[in-house]
Design a protein around this ligand. Sequence first.
Ligand SMILES: [Zn+2]
Length: 185
Amino acid sequence: MARVTEQPFELRKSEIQGRGAFATRQIRRGQRVAEYTGEHIDNDEADRRYDDEKMKRHHTFLFIVDDDEVIDAAVGGNDSRFINHSCDPNCEAVIEGKRIFIYALRTIRPGEELVYDYQYERTADHTAEDEEFYKCRCGAPNCRGSILAPPKKTRKPKPKKRPASAKKKRGGSTRRGKTRSASGR
Ligand SMILES: [Zn+2]
């Protein structure tokens, strides 16, 4: 049988939030599950598109590629944008050049929801309001209660791949979007 290359998951209602991505077959550890696609735009354009002050909860599909570039999966994005956050992830996002891929962290059984840890970066001006805005509802036993990364003290990730943890992007703007980005440089 030829190697299957089509999407190994389907979308349906998730207990975590909205629609989620659920494995339709066994996915092995290290397998590439999807590419996080969308329109590549700069930060100014992202700010123009999304005004966080008007959002009750973060719900954009932005993912930071590097200092200059953001992927907006609301435009030309695929089903990978529905992969939810969890504090107990079975997937991870990795930046490769200007592209972002989702990989399985362990064997995933058919029917399991695919999730990765967005780990929004905390900024120095972090407030209680931010904490509420980024409240986590993943339901994992080890849920830390927030989509924000745990307070600093994190070990350096292994340098072989660049794990794409979702950073809270705030450079000069007031945008508080679902903005995922790379760390571990
Ligand atoms: Zn959680």
